[in-house]
Design a protein around this ligand. Structure first.
Ligand SMILES: [Zn+2]
Length: 88
C-alpha cells in the first residue's frame, strides 16, 4: 500500500491581479513624433469603467489613460488603453 503523500501545495506567493482584464487596443500604438512603438509606461493618469467599441470593433469595458515615454525620441506621450474583461 503506497503511502499517501500530503499534498503540500506549492504555495508560491503570487500577488492577486487587481483586475482580470486584457488590454486590447492602445491609442496611439506608436510615438506620434518618431513612430517608434517602444513606449515605456511612466504612470497611470486615470482609469475608468467605460463601455464601448474600438474602431476595430472590439468591445471594451475599461479605459486607462497613462503617460508613456518614448524610448526612441524621449517624448512623453499620453496613451489611452482599452481593456476588456476576460470572458469565460
Ligand atoms: Zn518618439
Amino acid at each position: 500500500m503506497a503511502k499517501r503523500k500530503r499534498n503540500q501545495a506549492t504555495a508560491s506567493p503570487q500577488p492577486p491581479r487587481p483586475t482580470s482584464s486584457a488590454a486590447i487596443t492602445q491609442v496611439p500604438a506608436s510615438c506620434p513624433h518618431c513612430q517608434a512603438t517602444d513606449l515605456t509606461e511612466l504612470r497611470v493618469v486615470a482609469d475608468r469603467a467605460l463601455v464601448g467599441r474600438t474602431p476595430a470593433g472590439d468591445r471594451y469595458d475599461r479605459v486607462t489613460w497613462s503617460d508613456q515615454r518614448c524610448t526612441g525620441c524621449g517624448a512623453s506621450v499620453r496613451v489611452r488603453t482599452y481593456h476588456h474583461a476576460e470572458a469565460h
